[in-house]
Design a protein around this ligand. Sequence first.
Ligand SMILES: NC(=O)c1ccc[n+]([C@@H]2O[C@H](COP(=O)([O-])OP(=O)(O)OC[C@H]3O[C@@H](n4cnc5c(N)ncnc54)[C@H](OP(=O)(O)O)[C@@H]3O)[C@@H](O)[C@H]2O)c1
Length: 268
Amino acid sequence: MSSNKGTALITGASTGIGAVYADRLAKRGYDLILVARSKEKLDEVAKEIHSSTSRKAETLQADLSVAADVKRVADRLASDQLITAFVNNAGIASTGKLLESDPDYLDQIIQINITAFTRLAIAAATSFAKRSSGTIVNIGSVVALAPELLNGTYSGSKAYVQNFSTALKNELADKGVTVQVVLPGATATPLWGKSGVNVHTDLPAEWVMTTEDMVDASLAGLDQGEFVTIPALPDVADFEAYEESRLALAPSLSRRDPAPRYGIGTKR
Ligand SMILES: NC(=O)c1ccc[n+]([C@@H]2O[C@H](COP(=O)([O-])OP(=O)(O)OC[C@H]3O[C@@H](n4cnc5c(N)ncnc54)[C@H](OP(=O)(O)O)[C@@H]3O)[C@@H](O)[C@H]2O)c1
């Protein structure tokens, strides 16, 4: 058994990416607090991990679309001094067009992927900053960079994760807390089936990463000190060039004068 690294709280740990994080973090020496709605699946994951690693694996049933449940998990993040890592992973997706979507479901995406995500991240960040240590892994998506793919509310929620993570990392820069944002591409988890897509037959095989490879690459990125980890991107220089050109826009984005192409100055 590896040395004790404290406790990792993982949301969305009953299946998919969260369940693999649970396995990998236990193998790295963390005890676990596993959060999701499905108590039965959480118990299965916890039992399997405890028997293979002997690490403690507690389950915390919570529906992150319900404010009282979000508060319960946030309170645990704020008060449990043994928690040293937080994987902010729970999320739901949609592949449908906006105008064909159930607006209540779009609300749910915002509630889970943005509202709950934010409260939990702030709770963990505040507690970790007080202790000058800790790791926060926010699970975004490549659709943050590619809103042309999938549903605009889903990709917008992941763009939020990206923006929020950048601001959080900057605020925590001198406080001893590590922040990573992970941007997976298509990953073979149950998420796709829930949106009516068969990830194995409806998407080109070369687009789809296994969940194990996705999480292992993300943890390697964390070990390498990456802030943004895009497990599929072959050449990190491509993302760096994108960031550079985004940052180069900054001095021109807010000015007294409208741009000459609008002809406003000439009318004054
Ligand atoms: N799979 C991909 O291709 C892909 C790509 C990019 C990003 N991501 C992101 O990766 C994260 C994990 O997704 P996944 O692919 O692993 O999907 P998944 O297999 O569907 O897992 C989602 C997890 O979130 C939990 N969850 C869903 N609704 C919840 C709620 N209301 N309250 C609490 N927990 C809830 C689910 O558990 P219960 O149902 O038991 O509550 C489950 O544990 C998401 O943020 C997703 O957006 C996935």
